[in-house]
Design a protein around this ligand. Structure first.
Ligand SMILES: [Zn+2]
Length: 117
């Protein structure tokens, strides 16, 4: 293709004419700078919130509720809550599993006579 401004022959993928610096048609096609600035009206409220993630981590049920409430209006924030909640549940499960494992092991050892109570 050729530059619309100065007529210099350009690479078809060129975004800006190296000769005169004028943006080419590629500059305005999706995938370049235009995307993200004008296409979407970002909801400024919709930001991952660290405090809410931590809250969701300690109270997964709260994270689940927040996720359900926000999943349509604020998907990013909802996702950060869901992530915190999932992490919280996983950690809880691990802690509970380890507690039971320890109790189980102690019981086995007591029964085997290896620990004298
Ligand atoms: Zn040019």
């Amino acid at each position: 293709m050729y530059c619309k401004n100065c007529g210099t022959q350009l690479d078809d993928r060129a975004v800006i004419c190296p000769h005169c610096g004028v943006p080419t048609d590629n500059y305005y096609t999706p995938g370049h700078k235009v995307e993200g600035t004008s296409i979407r009206h970002e909801n400024t409220e919709d930001m991952p919130n660290a405090g809410l993630s931590v809250l969701s981590f300690f109270f997964p049920i709260v994270g689940l509720i927040l996720f359900l409430v926000w999943q349509n209006s604020m998907p990013k924030r909802a996702k950060s809550c869901a992530r915190g909640a999932i992490l919280g549940v996983v950690v809880d499960v691990i802690i509970v599993a380890m507690t039971y494992m320890t109790l189980f092991m102690v019981t086995v050892l007591i029964n085997a006579g290896l620990i004298i109570v």
